[in-house]
Design a protein around this ligand. Structure first.
Ligand code: BTN
Length: 267
């Protein structure tokens, strides 16, 4: 008989249910994608928010654009359905919600390992050393525009041993770096707490996202090449501004701000 190691025990799920940050929790042993399920819930409108959709294992996790999010058991994969009106985040501050979420992930992982240098790679990745350890995927439910789905994948206890070749050299997990095993429920609760604090900061008129991001910005000061809407922009990265745009200064001193795009080269 095949036995499956469970990452969340009944007691763990009781702890998740008992936390005060989200109003409803859906838990799945296996799901194609927590973002897909969260988008379905958001489309139905109504319902309690924030809603947490948590899966022990995703079989068709998605990343930005066409990319996939591969994960094995032991990774933390969840999505939040948040109501932007109750968060009181002004419209111009919504695009950086993925950065604010990634910042919350850095904060939470930093409490576990204060000496590890978790960094943010614009627009939605968390890196440890030269490898990606977490990603954030924010999607809007067009049928219910006030609802945003904030998906988070963090490599915690999982191993990349059986991962596709292309991933093994670019991704890592906390376990692979530290050799330790983590209580996924503790990590989840810490991440939720920190992510909501960062979301609240987005709503605060005087809190500068650029200042908050600066210490974590992997690209700041580096020569980068980014692509956006078919355009290629090369130059030195000057950080991220308060609206979540990547600021690049080209060779003739012209400053370009990218609200979306992909960094394809870092030197
Ligand atoms: C990226 O790296 O481009 C973003 C990855 C986001 C992955 C998470 S895992 C939980 C949630 N469900 C998904 O299908 N994707 C996000």
């Amino acid at each position: 008989m095949k036995t499956t190691t469970r990452c969340f025990s009944r007691r763990d799920l009781e702890r998740v249910q008992a936390q005060p940050l989200v109003r409803k929790v859906e838990f799945y042993h296996e799901l194609p994608s927590t973002n897909d399920r969260a988008l379905e819930c958001a489309a139905a409108g109504g319902g309690d928010t924030p809603l947490l959709v948590l899966a022990e294992l995703q079989t068709a996790g998605r990343g930005r654009g066409e990319s996939r999010w591969w994960s094995a058991r032991g990774a933390l994969t969840f999505s939040l359905v948040v109501d932007t009106t109750s968060l009181s985040i002004p419209a111009e501050r919504l695009p950086p919600i993925s950065l604010a979420t990634a910042l919350g992930v850095c904060d939470a992982l930093g409490t576990l390992h204060p000496n590890f240098d978790f960094q943010l790679k614009w627009p939605n990745d968390v890196y440890l050393g030269r490898r990606k350890i977490a990603g954030v995927l924010v999607e809007r439910q067009t049928l219910c525009p006030d609802r945003l789905v904030v998906g988070v994948g963090i490599n915690i206890n999982n191993s990349f041993f059986s991962a596709p070749d292309a991933l093994r050299s670019v991704a890592t997990s906390l376990h692979e770096v530290s050799g330790q095993r983590y209580d996924l429920t503790d990590v989840l609760l810490a991440v939720l707490g920190r992510v909501f604090v960062r979301h609240e900061m987005l709503a605060a008129p005087r809190a500068s996202l650029a200042e908050q991001l600066q210490p974590y910005c992997l690209l700041r000061g580096r020569k980068v090449v980014a692509t956006t809407a078919g355009r290629r922009v090369a130059g030195r990265c000057r950080g991220v501004d308060d609206f979540g745009s990547l600021v690049i200064e080209d060779d003739v001193g012209r400053v370009v701000r990218l609200l979306s795009g992909t960094v394809v080269q870092i030197r």
